[in-house]
Design a protein around this ligand. Structure first.
Ligand SMILES: Nc1ncnc2c1ncn2[C@@H]1O[C@H](COP(=O)(O)OP(=O)(O)OP(=O)(O)O)[C@@H](O)[C@H]1O
Length: 316
């Protein structure tokens, strides 16, 4: 990829400071602060309507904050000398002019920013659109538009990337491709912010996760920290005396749920402690395993009470 080895002149640290956006009675973004460092993939995750897109739009000056600011290498986006070299953004893949070909779209953007036209062809190749480059964007699928949007975001070889749901509309191969692309962009020293409302899309890609709910940051931590702090360890235990074991565990302050097949799901004691208790009580265990805590569980636990009621429906 272009620019991988050269020293970057643009500082990629991005500081979002107390950003707030109100639309009438709705506070879409409510005092959001975070910092993006070079070389890190930051997952920006939250339920529908949490305020991810609005935050990202404000970061590049597409929406005006009610209060707060975003500084890119110490300056607001509008004051950057070469914005496309500082921040590449994919915010709305549908916004591309439908009558132009993919190649014309990129060449037009390149020309208006003083970037050589050859860079457009290089990027079309990289995002897998070389064969479709001369077709009108009108005929592109959503996944193809996302690829074109990504190429546009990368035109200026930017130090930071803001990508709003880039995997939306991509096929499984596309999703795998985008994961490895984001990792390699970060390895080259770029700061990456990538949003999704699906933890599965970010779990294997992000180093850090910024979790948003109802316009507020609920967590900003590394994937490992988030897992240890928020996921609950469960032990699955099977015995021929489930009633006795359940009572014994409850007497030792464990939370126990009995499943229809008779296995017990235990929250509290570790598998070793359960084995020792059962042994002393003369209860035989057929199975006693720790069920790995998933990032999805941690995310759900965090956002459970922070889904925004969506118009015409109940809170999700
Ligand atoms: N132009 C607007 N006018 C009025 N309300 C808006 C506008 N843009 C966003 N909102 C509201 O702000 C809130 C945050 O929306 P936003 O699109 O930023 O959330 P999101 O986290 O990106 O959601 P999704 O995952 O669904 O894309 C929502 O309640 C939304 O309805």
């Amino acid at each position: 990829m272009a620019g991988g080895t050269r020293v970057r002149s643009v500082v990629a640290v991005i500081e979002v400071q107390e950003l707030t956006k109100r639309y009438g009675d709705v506070t879409a973004v409510d005092g959001v602060s975070f910092r993006l460092e070079p070389g890190v993939v930051n997952g920006f995750i939250g339920p529908n309507g949490a305020g991810k897109s609005t935050t990202m739009r404000m970061m590049v000056g597409l929406d005006r904050p009610t209060s707060g600011r975003c500084l890119i290498g110490g300056r607001p986006y509008r004051d950057l000398d070469a914005p496309l070299r500082s921040v590449g953004a994919l915010l709305d893949a549908e916004a591309i002019h439908p009558g132009r070909s993919g190649r014309d779209h990129l060449r037009f953007l390149a020309r208006s920013h003083g970037i050589p036209g050859g860079r457009a062809d290089e990027l079309l190749e990289m995002v897998g659109l070389a064969d479709a480059a001369d077709r009108r964007v009108r005929g592109y699928s959503l996944g193809m538009r996302q690829r074109l949007g990504l190429a546009a975001a990368l035109l200026g070889d930017p130090a930071a990337l803001l990508l709003d749901e880039p995997a939306n509309g991509m096929d499984p191969d596309g999703i795998i491709w985008i994961r490895s692309l984001l990792r390699s962009l970060a390895r080259e020293g770029r700061a990456v912010l990538v949003s999704s409302h699906l933890m599965g899309e970010l779990a294997q890609t992000a180093d850090r996760l910024i979790v948003l709910g109802r316009g507020r940051v609920l967590a900003d931590a590394s994937v490992v920290e988030l897992l240890t702090r928020n996921a609950t360890r469960t032990v699955r235990t099977r015995t021929d005396q489930p009633e006795r074991l359940e009572k014994l565990l409850r007497d030792h302050d464990a939370a126990v749920a009995r499943r229809p097949d008779g296995t017990l799901e235990v929250i509290g004691p570790a598998a070793e402690e359960i084995a020792v208790l059962a042994h002393h009580a003369g209860i035989l265990l057929f199975e006693n395993v720790t069920v790995a805590a998933s990032l999805e569980d941690a995310y759900l636990a965090l956002t459970r009470d922070h889904a925004r009621p969506l118009a015409g429906g109940s809170p999700r």
